[in-house]
Write a protein that binds this ligand. Structure first.
Ligand SMILES: *Cc1c(COP(=O)(O)O)cnc(C)c1O
Length: 230
């Protein structure tokens, strides 16, 4: 897979080419480097390449890296959060991509010192293995969040289904965009909902074609330390 600089260059080329093809501006898209499977040293190297948005999915990974990386990074928490772990992370992150239930909303409200920029995770594909609010529940869920003013809903997030069928993946991303458009049109003060967190190493190009504003890229960017990538 080459080295870190080469991987970043390839991703940047792919993103720019996709933007050119579909008439989007590169500046609309934030690359979140998912560092959950690599060392702190590798994570620091990503930062040195000027990729400042870092994604972690476990409290231990976040806190461990923050011991060494104390400035320069913008932290995204992208994984399921157990309610009892909220207090450990909520005042240490810039974005939370995985709000998936009301009990979590309540715990964030209780434990956070400030308003938290959140994405609501939506289970578009309906796979039982995936967490997330269902599309049918989404409107009432978002209405209910209004009572908890430490949560600002800046967008929606989804995980693509486990399939190689790119049309199926595209249709999930498109559905998320349509849900986002419906909510942002309501102009709810607590839910501007302009952002779309979707797309990973294997499908970020499709996600950008379908309107992603945040792509969460792990292995294609940071490599796989276990396989000897540098
Ligand atoms: C691991 C992970 C990613 C990145 O996956 P890759 O396939 O390595 O790009 C993105 N989003 C979430 C929620 C993840 O857990």
């Amino acid at each position: 897979m080459g080295n870190l600089q080469q991987r970043i260059q390839k991703i940047e080329q792919d993103i720019q080419a996709t933007c050119d093809r579909v008439g989007r501006n590169r500046s609309e898209i934030t690359v979140v480097a998912v560092t959950k499977e690599v060392s702190t040293a590798r994570t620091s190297a990503v930062l040195e390449e000027n990729i400042r948005h870092l994604g972690e999915n476990r409290p231990e990974g976040l806190l461990g890296k923050q011991e060494t990386i104390q400035s320069g990074a913008i932290w995204h928490f992208i994984g399921n959060v157990q309610s009892r772990k909220v207090k450990e992370i909520i005042n240490r992150i810039d974005y939370l991509h995985s709000v998936d239930r009301m009990s979590l909303v309540k715990e964030i409200h209780k434990r956070s010192n400030q308003v938290v920029d959140c994405f609501i995770q939506v289970n578009v594909s309906g796979e039982s293995s995936k967490s997330g609010v269902t599309p049918a529940e989404l409107d009432s869920f978002i209405e209910d969040v209004a009572a908890y003013d430490k949560i600002r809903i800046i967008g929606l997030m989804t995980m693509a289904p486990f399939t190689k069928d790119m049309d199926e993946i595209r249709s999930v991303f498109r559905s998320l965009r349509e849900l986002r458009d419906g909510i942002s049109a309501k102009k709810l003060p607590h839910a501007p909902c302009t952002q779309l967190s979707m797309g990973m190493s294997n499908d970020f190009i499709i996600a950008i074609e379908e309107g992603a504003t945040h792509v969460r890229i792990g292995t294609a960017l940071v490599g796989a330390e276990s396989e000897g990538d540098v």
